[in-house]
Design a protein around this ligand. Structure first.
Ligand SMILES: Nc1ncnc2c1ncn2[C@@H]1O[C@H](COP(=O)(O)OP(=O)(O)OP(=O)(O)O)[C@@H](O)[C@H]1O
Ligand SMILES: [Mg+2]
Length: 255
């Protein structure tokens, strides 16, 4: 049983112009994600959802100025990015980065070695990757391609779930993993997430704009994210309300 606990989190982001003052984006986020729970976060563009995911993952541009993040009581903010991954945190990014010159298969093996603390045995590893790729409908030829380089939007998202499948984190943050997926890919990716949920009893923080994915991956909790904080939390019915009514009720209340 794992618990990710976020308390009163305030985060500033450094501006591209290093002389400019950092901007305050997160203004007191409280959220607890436990093993086996699926939390959906929905909110307007620019409200700080990706900032929250980067703060959890430890992106250097995001400075926590107040509050805490703990994983089973351990201070996540004290951990480096790779320590966070080893501790069981995983982030599927909204915009996965391209890594020219590093093949997908090398990347996956290096990541698995880092997270597991030892290199996976080659023979079982090859089988493991092949199976995971098969489950996600990924052509084995992708193994030899540079990480995300020239991948279509949907292909990048599938590969994020491939990593989830192979790295088996305790808590997974999925930032708009459903964006840009065609209907078949949405189903395949959702099945991948549900397999992870069933097999690893993982906790999921699913950031999305669409209730479409929530038909496949049923959330236990839905949080409305407005202006750097959670404005309201509820069950799956809250997502339906947002789809029907938009964010007006919440943005007005927070203004
Ligand atoms: N380097 C930066 N310089 C200036 N502003 C930034 C920087 N990085 C992030 N921001 C701002 O922080 C705010 C929150 O961004 P964030 O990506 O967290 O939003 P989001 O909720 O994920 O939006 P979306 O739904 O569009 O993905 C935005 O207004 C964004 O412009
Ligand atoms: Mg975002």
């Amino acid at each position: 049983m794992t618990t990710l606990e976020i308390r009163d989190l305030h985060v500033n982001v450094a501006q591209t112009d290093a002389d400019a003052e950092p901007i305050n984006i997160l203004k007191g986020v409280d959220l607890t994600v436990r093993s086996g729970e699926t939390h959906a976060i929905m909110g307007p563009n620019g409200s700080g959802k990706s900032t929250l995911s980067y703060a959890i993952a430890g992106h250097p541009k995001y400075e926590v100025t107040q509050g805490s993040i703990t994983l089973d009581g351990e201070d996540v903010l004290e951990m480096s990015v790779d320590e966070r991954a080893r501790a069981g945190l995983f982030l599927a990014m909204q915009y996965p980065v391209e890594v020219p010159g590093v093949s997908m298969s090398n990347f996956l093996r290096t990541a698995a070695t880092a997270v597991r603390g030892e290199a996976p045995k080659l023979r079982t590893w090859v089988k493991e990757v092949k199976e995971a790729m098969g489950d996600l409908g990924i052509d084995p030829a992708f193994g030899e391609r540079s990480v995300n380089e020239g991948f279509s939007g949907g292909e990048k998202k599938r590969h994020e779930i491939l990593q989830l499948d192979l790295l088996k984190p305790k808590i997974a943050v999925l930032d708009e993993t459903d964006s840009g997926l065609d209907v078949d890919a949405l189903r395949v990716v959702s099945e991948g997430v549900n397999r992870y949920k069933a097999e690893e009893d993982g906790g999921i923080l699913l950031i999305t704009h669409y209730t479409r994915i929530l038909k496949y991956i049923q959330p236990d909790y839905v949080h409305v994210f407005i202006n750097g904080r959670i404005a309201e939390s509820g069950g799956a019915e809250l997502a339906d309300e947002l789809e029907a009514g938009g964010y007006d009720r919440f943005t007005k209340a927070s203004a």
